[in-house]
Design a protein around this ligand. Structure first.
Ligand code: FES
Length: 148
């Protein structure tokens, strides 16, 4: 061991030290980048139904935003009292849409997009209808169900 230190010059010791520091720095920079690029081991579960609200929670001619997985959904109670559910992601530039009781339909505040109560784009820049979910009432819960 002492033989090793006696052969190790000051310059080569500094070279080892600098090389080790650079390797540690490269690892600290590359590790997060590689973790970001590589997909997770467990894929995200696909959710096909969710409780969008409670029966009686919404008055006729109103709506509420709920979470459907990692995206917003919109539950609407029409002026006639029916329930409708849609993806709340606008088909124009992905803003969250809302129900407007004064318009009696769905509206996107970002660029004044309008959708009727079937989700059809009726005015403004949205190019496609909203994704519609099937609504089912089970007990006290109003479910929104993705249609395949
Ligand atoms: S994002 Fe909805 S109208 Fe533009």
């Amino acid at each position: 061991m002492s033989d090793f230190f006696s052969r190790l010059s000051r310059r080569s010791f500094l070279d080892y030290l600098l090389g080790g520091g650079l390797a540690a720095l490269a690892g600290a920079v590359l590790f997060p980048v590689l973790k970001y690029i590589m997909p997770p081991a467990i894929p995200q579960a696909v959710q096909n139904d969710v409780v969008a609200g409670k029966v009686g929670e919404l008055a006729p001619n109103s709506g509420k935003v709920f979470r459907f997985g990692n995206k917003p959904g919109l539950l609407v109670r029409t002026p006639a009292g029916d329930y409708r559910a849609f993806s709340a992601v606008c088909t124009h530039l992905q803003c969250t849409v809302q129900y407007r009781d004064d318009f009696k339909h769905i509206w996107c505040a970002c660029h004044n997009g309008h959708f009727d109560l079937t989700g059809r784009n009726i005015a403004g820049p949205p190019p496609r209808p909203l994704e519609e979910y099937r609504v089912e009432i089970r007990g006290e819960d109003v479910f929104a169900i993705r249609q395949s």
